[in-house]
Design a protein around this ligand. Structure first.
Ligand SMILES: [Zn+2]
Length: 275
């Protein structure tokens, strides 16, 4: 049986693709991979959707989106310019494979927390979730990121973690070796959204807003040099390395989020600003 409707649809799709390719290229920077953060730049006044969901676009045309650790969806990015011209692109994050990491010597009270500690850690994570929901109009994410300290990398994003022989959630941070008191710099400018000195798992915990749902989180800190609401510049010393919470020694655990989506910090270090 010949299906005329399908054929017509196919022809329309093909001609749309050809039309789209004659228009200006979609400008994107970042990794189109699982755990990647993608920064886009378009004409001011454009609207941008990702799978029909609107993304925030700054007055200079900056926008951002990201992919989770196991994201294997296909995305359609559609940009509608102020003159009505439409550009679109199909984006599929590339699959990655992740390492396994065994960690021994975690204290018993942390491996099997008592009810009080469980309640505490629930409160901690709801505070963290609330901070990561915020979407400000900052656009610091579009200027690139620097490493927060110069230590050796001891833990990577996505690795499956086995604590004292027990399988736990994957690790989502980039861990740097360091000494207690070592200065931690802001990887990009922004505003301090949260600092709690003693969360159950993550100890001294700080979150910086880089705009449009992009945040940095730092765990196990021993000290904060800034407070909630402070504006910080890229490279500014904001905190000190520590070993508070679930840590076997002093180190810095740096995380990047796009809202609730956990991004690989190693990828954001490679983002080149679009000018
Ligand atoms: Zn870590």
């Amino acid at each position: 049986m010949f299906n005329f409707t399908l054929l017509t649809k196919a022809l329309i799709l093909t001609s749309l693709t050809i039309m789209a390719s004659t228009h200006a290229e979609i400008l994107l920077t970042g990794e189109i991979k699982q755990g990647g953060l993608v920064v886009g730049k378009t004409q001011s006044g454009s609207t941008v959707t990702l799978n029909n969901e609107s993304l925030t676009v700054s007055k200079h045309g900056d926008y951002v989106f990201g992919f989770g650790r196991d994201d294997n969806k296909q995305y359609k990015l559609v940009i509608t310019q102020p003159n009505g011209e439409i550009e679109q692109r199909i984006i599929t994050p590339k699959k990655r494979s992740y390492k396994e990491q065994r960690i021994e010597g975690i204290a018993k009270n942390i491996m099997q927390p008592n009810p009080k500690a469980v309640a505490r850690s629930k409160k901690d994570s709801s505070q963290i979730k609330a901070a990561r929901k915020i979407s400000s109009d900052l656009t610091s994410f579009s200027n690139g990121f620097i490493a927060p300290i110069e230590g050796i990398i001891t833990g990577v994003y996505g690795s499956r973690r086995i604590y004292n022989g027990v399988k736990k959630r994957p690790h989502f941070g980039l861990d740097y070796a360091g000494k207690t008191g070592d200065p931690v710099k802001a990887p990009a400018s922004g505003e301090i959204l949260l600092f709690v000195p003693d969360m159950f798992y993550s100890g001294g915990t700080m979150i910086i807003d880089h705009g449009q749902g992009v945040t940095s989180t730092f765990l196990h800190l021993s000290k904060a040099y800034v407070k909630v609401g402070d504006k910080v510049d890229q490279g500014q010393v904001i905190a000190a390395v520590g070993q508070s919470g679930r840590a076997t020694g002093p180190h810095l655990d740096w995380r990047i989020n796009w809202f609730n989506t956990k991004i690989d910090p190693a990828f954001v270090l490679k983002i080149m600003p679009i000018h």
